[in-house]
Write a protein that binds this ligand. Structure first.
Ligand code: AMP
Length: 414
């Protein structure tokens, strides 16, 4: 494995996997270019070191060639930030000539990798039987080798800067690395993400407080279990809480509830006790009778909610109790909203958590925030730069937090 800072790019062609999976509006205009900006340090470094760039990414989930998901729509934005013209290869498998003619300091963008099923290695379409599907999968595995080899043939070295897809073992995110045993490395974004996560998971300054929110226990169970081995405090809010409360014998009205997760919830409570982790489940909540922003509200203890009422957000009282824990932490990890954040009137708890984390960071704590809603809460307050690190990779970050070695990272480390 090489290092982007010390590798000699001079006269070399670098194929760089970035995550340019940006949102587009109906006029095919980019509505949030964060991901494109995030890749610029890596791309600029290669250009300024005398290398040339072959940039590759996916965009959306096409079922085949789909002009609305063409990376061509991103060219003006990429050129604006990179500050040089960028050529475009309209078929990522037919870029031999353009790639071979690239000169130092020049850049080429490949068309959406997912126009080919080979990128993901998942057969597309409907199959008559499981056997037919298995056959299609085996055939695709073979053609995936050729697909990957073609991409690799364009370049002298491989850089992976797509943290957002690092949990996928796709052609461009993992398989291609095998073609560059001595010339593969992480880009700056990937390095920064790994460093930030390791700062929390490795040897954090204590106390380490993990704040987890979100709708369901079932989607967070892996993270909760793994982090109970590491955390000093764990704060759990959001829809998840009610399954715990019901499992403990509480009354939760019509709050979100997963019957099949009751045992899991009890196991988590036992594990927290056994590990000496202080667990804080939102004790009192703001509830409504309808799932509506303008619904009338009442405060209930989270284990004694009247029939017909649904817990929607943590109460101000509850935030007051969490305040000392958050402000007393030296390391903080936050993922997931502690209420129905999409409805303004039930976003108060989540926004308060964001404010407390910013305050703790100002006081010297290290804070890592990830996940769409948590990051949106920071952005809503204009606080994105008031925490230590904002992770860009949703699914990838969650798997890393579960303690899973991500294929995109493993492929580079070898
Ligand atoms: P996740 O994707 O698991 O992080 O969950 C995020 C979703 O959880 C958001 O759409 C929130 O609206 C939802 N959520 C948070 N708290 C609650 C709650 N008390 N009741 C219902 N949904 C909630």
């Amino acid at each position: 494995m090489q290092n982007i800072d010390t590798y000699d790019f001079s006269g070399k062609k670098a194929i760089v996997r970035v995550d340019f999976n940006v949102p587009l509006d109906e006029n095919l205009q980019i509505t949030d270019d964060t991901r494109i900006r995030a890749a610029m340090p890596t791309l600029k470094k290669i250009i300024s070191s005398g290398g040339s760039l072959i940039i590759m990414s996916h965009l959306g989930r096409p079922a085949g060639v789909d002009d609305r998901l063409s990376l061509r729509h991103l060219l003006p934005c990429i050129e604006k930030y990179l500050g040089i013209p960028v050529q475009f290869a309209g078929d990522c498998q037919k870029a031999d000539k353009q790639a071979s003619e690239l000169k130092p300091g020049e850049a080429l963008l490949l068309e959406n990798l997912r126009f080919y099923a080979e990128e993901e290695g998942k057969p597309r379409g409907k199959f008559g039987s499981d056997e037919e599907k298995a056959q299609a999968k085996a055939a695709l595995k073979e053609s995936q080798k050729a697909f990957t080899a073609k991409l690799a043939s364009y370049a002298d070295c491989y850089v992976n800067d797509a943290f957002g897809t690092a949990h996928r073992a796709h052609a461009s995110t993992a398989l291609i690395a095998a073609y560059f045993p001595d010339d593969k490395m992480f880009g700056y974004l990937m390095e920064a993400e790994i460093k930030a996560l390791d700062k929390v998971l490795g040897n954090p300054e204590r106390p380490l407080t993990v704040i987890l929110g979100g709708a369901k226990v079932s989607t967070k169970i892996g993270i909760i279990e793994h982090l109970l081995d590491l955390a000093d405090n764990m704060i759990i809010g959001g829809g998840m809480v009610y399954t715990f409360k019901k499992a403990m014998g509480g009354r939760i009205g019509k709050s979100l509830f997963e019957e099949d997760q009751m045992e899991t919830a009890l196991r988590i409570l036992d594990k927290a006790k056994e590990k000496g982790v202080k667990l804080f489940l939102s004790a009192s909540v703001v509830a409504a009778q309808t799932f509506d922003n303008d619904a009338a509200t009442r405060i209930f203890p989270s284990d004694d909610i009247e029939d017909g009422w649904e817990g929607m957000d943590v109460s101000a009282d509850c935030i007051e109790k969490w305040k000392d824990i958050i402000l007393g932490s030296k390391t903080i990890l936050w993922n997931g909203p502690v209420g129905v954040f999409e409805l303004d009137n039930f976003a108060k708890g989540t926004l308060s958590v964001a404010k407390l984390i910013a305050k703790a960071t100002e006081n010297g704590a290290y804070s890592l925030v990830g996940g769409g809603d948590s990051v949106a809460a920071l952005n809503k307050l204009g606080y994105a730069d008031k925490v230590s690190y904002v992770s860009t990779g949703g699914g990838a970050m969650l798997e890393y937090l579960e303690g899973i070695e991500l294929p995109g990272i493993k492929a580079i480390r070898g």
